[in-house]
Every structure is written in C-alpha cells, then in structure tokens.
Write a protein that binds this ligand. Sequence first.
Ligand code: ADP
Ligand code: MG
Length: 682
Amino acid sequence: MTGSGVFAVEYQTSIRALKGVGEKRAQLFEKLGADTVGALLQLYPRQYEDWSQVTRIDAAPFDKNCCIKARPVGEVREHRIRKGMTLYKVTVSDGHSRMRITIFNNKYAAAKLKPGHDFLFFGKAGGNFNGREMTSPMIEEAGTGERIRPIYPQTAGLPSRAIESAVAQALNEMKENLEDPLPEALRQRYSLCHRRFALENIHFPVSREACEIAKKRLVFEELLILQLGMLTLKGRSRELAGCRLTRDTTAAFFSTLPFTPTGAQRRAVAECVADMQKPTPMNRLLQGDVGSGKTAVAAALCHTAAASGMQTAFMAPTEILAGQHYKSLSQMFKTAGIRVALLTGSTKAKEKREIYEALEAGEIDVAVGTHALLTEAVTFRRLGFVITDEQHRFGVAQRAALSQKGDHPHLLVMSATPIPRSLGLIIYGDLDISVLDEMPPGRTPVKTYAVNTSYRERAYHYVKKHLDAGRQGYIVCPLVEEGETDLTSAREYAQKLQNGSFRRYQVGLLHGKLNAREKEETMTRFYNGGIQLLVSTTVVEVGVDVPNAVIMVIENAERFGLSQLHQLRGRVGRGKFQSTCILISDAQNPEAVKRLKVMCETNDGFKIADEDLRLRGPGDFFGHRQHGLPKMKIANIFKDIAVLKEARQAADGVMKADPKLQAPENRLLGEAVRSLFSDIAL
Ligand code: ADP
Ligand code: MG
C-alpha cells in the first residue's frame, strides 16, 4: 500500500486524514466543498503564478508580476521605523544589474537571504531605469522554486499556500489510487491524458502545455458526466409513457381560433403530436421569440390531450403569467368543453381544496398554476402531460418533481429566451427541440431608439401623444443600487410621474412586492384601459399581453442584458399599431453603446442572444437566474463549446453501449453522474 503506511488514501478518504488538517482546518476545507480528498483534488486553482520563467532585472516589466533570480550582494540591513514596524533592505544582483529589495516586518524571510546564494523574487519590480526595486516580494530558494505555482480560491483563515500543501500531500499519498473514471478506450479516442497526469498538472503544472492538456481533460470529464446525466434523464423516459394520444384534435381546435396558425406553429404541434403518440413520453423544448405564439401551440396540445383522456399540468414562473395563461386557455376552450383551473399561492384555501378534489376526481382537464402545483396535496387522476413555461426559472429537478405526479407524462418546456443553438443543446440536453421561427402575420416590428437622459422630457412628451390617441404605454423604472429596495424607488418614481409630467393621466405601478391579488388587479386595470401608463419594475418582463400598449420607455437601459431588454420590448408591438421602444441611458462606455445599438438595429431574438453572448460573456447571459444545471467545477458550459461537442458525442457512445452505466469500466462514471445529479435521485 501507499502513502502514510497505515491505510491507503483514496478519493473518499476524509480530508481529516491528511497531516496538518485538524478539526479547524477541516471545517475551512469543508466550507470550500472539500470534505474528502477527492473533492480537495477538485478544488482547482483559480490562477497560476509563473515562477518558471525567470526575467532579467533590466527587462522586468513595470506593470505585472515577474520572477527574478538574483543573489544578495551584502548583508540585510534592519531599519526600525517605529514601534512594531521593521523594514529589511538588501540589494541583489542577477549578474547584469542590481535591484533593491524591501521587506516589511518579516524577519524570517529576511534571515533566509544569505549573500552569495541565489533566490527567486516574485512580484512587481518598481523603481525606474536608474534603479529597480521590489517591495515585499515572495521569496523562494533558486533551484527548487522555478515552477508554476497554483493560486487557490481562498476562504478566511485558509490561505492558498495551505491548500497547496494539502493538495501536494494528497497527490503524493494517492499516487497509485488515482483511478481514472474515463475508460482507456475513450481516453485514446479523444486523445485525453490519464487522470493522474491531469490532477498533477492542473495543480502543479510542469509546463504551460501540460497545464492545458490537464485542463482540457478535466473539462472533458466534467462535461461528459453532465451529458451522461442529461441522457440518463432522457433515457428514463424510454420507459413507457403512462398515457398515449389516441386522437389528434389539433386541426379541429385550430379551426375554432380567430386566427390562422403560422406554419411554424403547425409544425411544432405536429412534432409534439407525433411524440405523444409514441409509447415513450415526449421530452421537448418549444423555443420561440416573444409573440411567436407559444400559448396557442400549448393550447392545441392540451386540447388533444384532453380528448385522449389525459390531464395537463401547466406551470408558469409567476402568478401574473399563470393568470394570463389561465385566461387565454379559458378563452380558447370556451366552446370546447375543456375544464381549466388556476392554482397559485394566493388561491383561497376553500377553492384550493375544491381544485384538489376535482383534479383527483379527473373533473379538471388542465391545471394552470405556479409552484403551487408542486405541493404534495396536488394529485391527479391521470396526469399525462406537463408543460412548463419557464425562461430558465425552473430547474431540472422541479420539472422532474411535477412529472412524478403522473406516470411518465409527456413533457413540453416552453422558453421565450432565444438561446443560441449550441447552448440549447447543453442546457436542454435532455430535450428535443422545436423552434417557432416565424412570427404571426400583421405585426409591425417595434421601432427602437436609444437616447440620453437629456431627452427624457421629450420621450415623456412622445408617450403622452400616444396616450392622448387612446393608446397605452409602459415605463420601466430605473434599476436601484444594491441594498436599496426596489419598492421605495419604484413607488417614488411612479409618484413623481403622476404628480409631474403625467398629472393628467392615470398612472399605475407594478412591482415584485405586490401580492398576487394586487398585481392581478393592476394588470386587469391596465388591460381594461383604466391605467394608461404602467410604471413597472422588470416584473412586466414575462408574457403580459396588452395589444393596446404601443410604447415603452426603459430607464437605465445599459444595466439590462440584451436578452432581457428584448423580453421587455416584447411587451409592445403585440397589436396592429406601430409600436416604439425608447431606451434611456447616459452610458458612455463603448460596449454599452454597442449593445444599445444592437437593440435599435434588430428585432431578431436569436441575433440578439448571440450578440448578448458575445458582448457580455457567457457568465452574465442568464443574469442572476439559475439555468437549473448542476454547478461546474472547471468547465464553463458557455466557453468550452468545442470540448462540449466532443463530450456530447462521447456520452452518446457510452450510453448506447451501456445505458445504465453498469459495465465495470463505467463504474466510476456512473458514481460521478449520480453524485452530480444527487438532488434528482437518478
Ligand atoms: P408567446 O410566444 O410570446 O407566448 P403568445 O402565445 O402570447 O406569444 O402570442 C402572442 C399573441 O399573438 C397573442 O395575442 C396570440 O393570440 C396571438 N397569436 C398567436 N398565434 C397567432 C397567429 N397564428 N396569428 C395571429 N395571432 C396569433
Ligand atoms: Mg408566452
């Protein structure tokens, strides 16, 4: 056996088994997620310090860290400048030129610096061309220190160096036990290094190249495990669906609508119907820009599901949106005899009980609602179809929770955020995709203008002109700084408008802190025309549909992501009138200016999504929202697209050969998949 000699260190070994990791340290490691040695080894460096490339003093850059190899040319001098503050100064030479070194209060470091010995000094070399100097550099002995050193994410009380030494110890003691979850054949096919090499070189790279090779391999592994999890989720639905469509009533349903469905809507419906006729459940994403008519697609499917004796659960992220879906469906099903109910957090207790009973008795065909649908009390007689309208607000786990109320029901996920296809494959890797790429006819594209705050009064004036003509409008409030509540600022802003520029008009306010009834009331008043100008925080962003609203002003436009602006703008241009969106911003920086320009130039959600990704970087793409995927340790699902594609292909191969990951060579992969998706109980 290896290592300590007492017992072998393995991935599962507690962090406490390492020398120098006592109770207190262990707790700090656990805070970083490293409770076992295996998890410690996955605490990857945040960045590196390159001590392997030595720079000459006369070539040292002024603006960044470098490593200089030099020897003291005299004794270290001590200067006591005041109580508790001692400076140590020494001059060093690299054989070409000299440099002054200053060390604060570190007697130990100063004592090491014996004349005639070579040392490495790492830091920023200041001074000027007459004389270079380095203040408080990190110091190592030459000969052993020339390497690339890892810098770890730190937590209070646990310096990077402490993590480094724990990792070094773990790697050392585990040598033979660094098993590789990737089967050898797979490693060869994709030219990936062994996990041992990868872990050693991600922490202590022998060279930059080795570090890259290690990183690619670890990213691949993580993405492979993610994809295997997604495919397992998808595969679970290979089991028989509880209900199959026995009829297709979608054409009959379409003929009752006041409009003709677009080709894209028909196509999407046909794809879903085909899925729902199969013995296995549908798992499909319906992606369509705002206003593309997703609701009608969902309604057609609810209709045909009901005709085949299935119940549908239709979940939306907010009460407003659930309410609106409820209203649209009730309207569309008026003559069809399909029974729809609305269930949200604010449904009255008595009514809730009645809905629970009716659902259980099978007397309701479609239950529209929020998270309230997930409560245990909700049981269905024959839940055959689950729809979530989500915009990234639901995680994989919540979708699964709703599905578990039925016997392998069909699943349709609707998303209004057009995400680039490459990303869709990952985030919705467990789903097939239908796209609504065609707008209903007769829409006039929204005209968009970006102006600075000096135009604000003119913008208000323009809004008033529309209100005077009988139209309605939105003003999206300025975003608040962190810490302030958006409530007070939204209220103040609305009041200022009502008492000022919009004195003669009915101004309403919609914000996230209103309770559901208040929101509903406000929206209803706006819908009925009682409110002419709706001041809103971003809650208006989701699906609200008022065709008479033709103008939107967005304050602090630079603070929103492009995709979010696009969502907001989608609230206007929903009727037959020409609509306008005015973006107000004083932002000067070129990137913000560019983003607003993109908004003015295109109404194409996919183009905007691509630009958003390009300009803001992937991390921000979803704002603060969850996309519902497990957290990655080293891979960036947005940047590592190329590796992701390979991992996807590899995952397909693995699953084809061994769908349950039971083969001996896939044992570790199976364990990793289960642990990554542990909250979903694969
Ligand atoms: P979204 O995809 O944003 O959810 P909706 O389903 O809310 O879009 O549809 C937007 C509006 O377009 C609704 O008022 C709806 O009645 C209308 N609509 C949907 N499909 C069509 C169509 N084929 N022709 C005309 N209007 C349509
Ligand atoms: Mg919608």
